[in-house]
Design a protein around this ligand. Sequence first.
Ligand code: ATR
Length: 282
Amino acid sequence: MILSGKARLAGVVGWPVSHSKSPQLHGYWLEQLGIDGAYLPLAVEPESFDLALTGLMAAGFQGVNVTVPHKEAALQFCDEVDPLARRIGAVNTIVFREGKAIGSNSDAFGFIENLRQNAPGLNFSLAKAVVLGAGGAARGVIAALQDAGLRDIVLLNRTRSRAEALAEDLCKDQTGTIRVLDWEERNSALESADLLVNTTSLGMAGQPALELDLSALPQSAVVTDIVYAPLITPLLALAQKQGNPVVDGLGMLLHQARPGFEAWFGAKPVVNEELRKFVLAI
Ligand code: ATR
C-alpha cells in the first residue's frame, strides 16, 4: 500500500458501516493500480451527518460514498445534485470540489452495467420488464431501466400505494409507462416479460424466500436479483432450473463503485472475475 502525505482520501459513510464491503473493494483497486490513496469505513450517526461531511470536506477528502441510512440526507446536504440522483431521490456518491459537495447516484449505473456485462443479448428498447418491490432500491433500478430505453415496465409491490407513488414520481417528464399491478398478480404478470427484477429484500440471508411461480415466464427472459447474499437466491436457483439466463446481484455492487473511484482517484477501475472472487471471499 502506498500512503504518502499527499495521499487522496475517500470513504463510505454509513450507520452502521461495519458490514460494508466497499473499503476492501476500493482497497483492491487502489492496490492493483498502485495509487497513493485510501478508502475508509466512516461510521456516522444520522444526527451527525452534516457535521461529519463538513469535517471530511475541510480535512481535504476527495469525497465519499453514502449508504444506509444517509442517502436522502446526502441529497439535502449537497450543493449540487445531478438530475438522475434527484429523480431517484437519493445520493450515494459525493465529490468534494472547490469547497462544494457534488452529489450523484451510481446505483442505477451499477444495475445497468451489471446487466450489460452479464446479459449482453438483452435489447432494452424492446424489452418488457417486471419489477418486484417499490423501496429505495427499486427507484434506482426503474430509473436505470427508463434511461436504458425501456418503455414497458410492470411494477408490483406488497404495499400497492408505495408502487403507485413511485410510478407517479418516476414517470414525470419520461416517455413510456409504469403499470402498477397487485402483488397477488405477480405470477401472471410474468407472461411475455423479457426481464424480471427482484428489488425486495425477500431471498436475502435471514429473510423469507420470494414466493413466485415462474411457469408463465418465457424461458428466454433474464432474471436478476439485487440481493447478493446469498449469491444465488432461491429466485435465481428456480430460474436457473427452468433454463432462464440469470444475473446475480454482486455485479451491481461492484459496478456502482466505479464512478466514485474514478472521480476521487483519477483512474478507471475494472470489474472482472478476479475481483468477484476477491469480494466473495471477504
Ligand atoms: P430498499 O431500500 O433496500 O429497497 P426498503 O425501502 O425497506 O428497502 O424496501 C424493501 C422492499 O421489500 C419493499 O418493496 C417491501 O415491500 P413493502 O413496500 O410492502 O414493505 C419489500 N418487502 C419486504 N418484506 C416483504 C415481504 N415479506 N413480502 C413482500 N414484500 C416485502
